[in-house]
Structure formats: C-alpha cells, structure tokens
Design a protein around this ligand. Structure first.
Ligand SMILES: [Zn+2]
Length: 236
C-alpha cells in the first residue's frame, strides 16, 4: 500500500517533493526491518491489524503535514514517518489504536474486540450536569444542560487550558474561521478537526458537529493539539 502511494506521490509531486521522499525512506526502512516487525506483539488490538494501523497512522501524519504545509510559509521539516521505527527501537509506545469507526468502514468489525484491552463502551456514560466553572465559558455547552457530555477520559495535560477563564472554545473557533489562528489538528477518527471543547475543556454536547471525535486519545496522540493550545489557546 505504501509502495503504491509512493509511486502515485512520485508521479503527482515529482521525485524531489518531501512526501515521496519521506514515503520512500519509510518503505526502505520498513522492508529492511520486516522480519523484526513481524515478531512484534500488539497489545491494544489483534495483530492482523498491524498493516492497517501503520497505513492509517502514516495517512494521518501526511494529512497533518499537508494541512500544516498550507499554513506555513517557507521551509518546513519533511513529514516524520520514521519516528514509528525510532519508538520501536527506543521501547516507547509505538502502537496506535485503529478506532472502531475505521474498522467498520474497512469491514473489519470482527476485530473490535481482538485486543487484550477490554472493549470500549458503546457510548460514553452521560453524566448528570454538575455545576462547573468551565461550563460558563466552554462555549459549546448548549442552553439545554441535559445535552452536555462530559469527557471522563480527560487528559490532565490540558488542565491549565481547562482552567483558563475569559476565553471560550467558540471564540477560538471563530478566530479559526477568520484565519486569525491556524486550524485545529486533525482527528484520528475521520480526518476532520479535533473537538477542542471535548479534549481541552473536558465537556461538550450532544449536538456537537465533531461528536465523532469524542473518543479517548492516548497522551502521545495529543502532541499536535497540545502544541496548538500552547500557541493559540489564550486570551487576546
Ligand atoms: Zn464536541
């Protein structure tokens, strides 16, 4: 699959473009390491999903890179596909989870529960609304408090943004729409923007247009969003 993408990228972008170069380099390293890669144990899902996981992870990385490329003037580092191998070599967490939604789209429903991890709940528990200081300025909380959804898997790396008053997610989204600040990083679920309120404020609502992104992320998957927040999640 990568080889095919690489050939296509070569044809479309020319040999010297950063994307085909990154893909070629990834493929070369993948082929060289193939026997060792085949021996790797997957802990989060069935091993059969290894190629799906790698393809999806690289597709997301390239997607992110292209969207950054569009809003970055001048020289930019090439897409980093090879950190995957570095993580394996360094004993870091290299395994990303293929979400249920993607498995469904690929007709791989049978692998929902293939991993050793207990199956994820079908839907997040809806908690009764509790008064919260963040609620008043979360922006996405509808007037109907019953529509609120709490992110019970909130990652405390966003705590300082969650507590930041005087700024709302809707303000930030307006700034994005006006191109005053860059777009949000891409969701691992469908390639659309991540839901800022869900991940950073730990609550959103039933009618959120990005509800499909209300899923659990590993801390390592939050790198781009954290960088985005550091740069843009602030008052004027
Ligand atoms: Zn949302």
């Amino acid at each position: 699959m990568h080889l095919r993408t690489m050939i296509l990228a070569n044809v479309l972008m020319g040999r010297n473009h950063q994307i085909p170069i990154a893909l070629e380099s990834f493929c070369r390293r993948f082929l060289a390491k193939e026997p060792a890669l085949k021996r790797l144990e997957m802990t989060k899902q069935d091993k059969v999903l290894f190629p799906t996981m790698v393809s999806r992870s690289n597709a997301l990385k390239l997607n992110n890179w292209i969207s950054k490329r569009k809003r970055t003037a001048g020289i930019m580092a090439p897409p980093d596909l090879e950190s995957f191998f570095d993580k394996i070599d360094e004993g870091e967490d290299w395994e990303s989870t293929v979400p249920k939604l993607v498995l469904n789209q690929l007709g791989l429903q049978a692998y929902h529960q293939g991993g050793t991890r207990p199956p994820a709940p079908v839907s997040r528990p809806r908690e009764s609304p509790a008064p919260s200081p963040a609620a008043a300025d979360a922006g996405t909380v509808g007037s109907n408090a019953r529509s609120r959804l709490n992110n019970t898997k909130f990652d405390p790396i966003f705590q300082r943004f969650k507590e930041l008053s005087g700024i709302s997610c809707s303000d930030l989204r307006k700034k994005i729409a006006a191109e005053k600040i860059p777009a949000l990083p891409v969701s691992k679920v469908d390639g659309g923007p991540m839901c800022l309120a869900w991940h950073v404020r730990a609550e959103c609502n039933q009618v959120c247009g990005r509800k499909c992104d209300h899923v659990e992320y590993a801390s390592t998957e939050y790198t781009d969003l954290l960088t985005w927040c550091d740069a843009n999640f602030k008052r004027e």
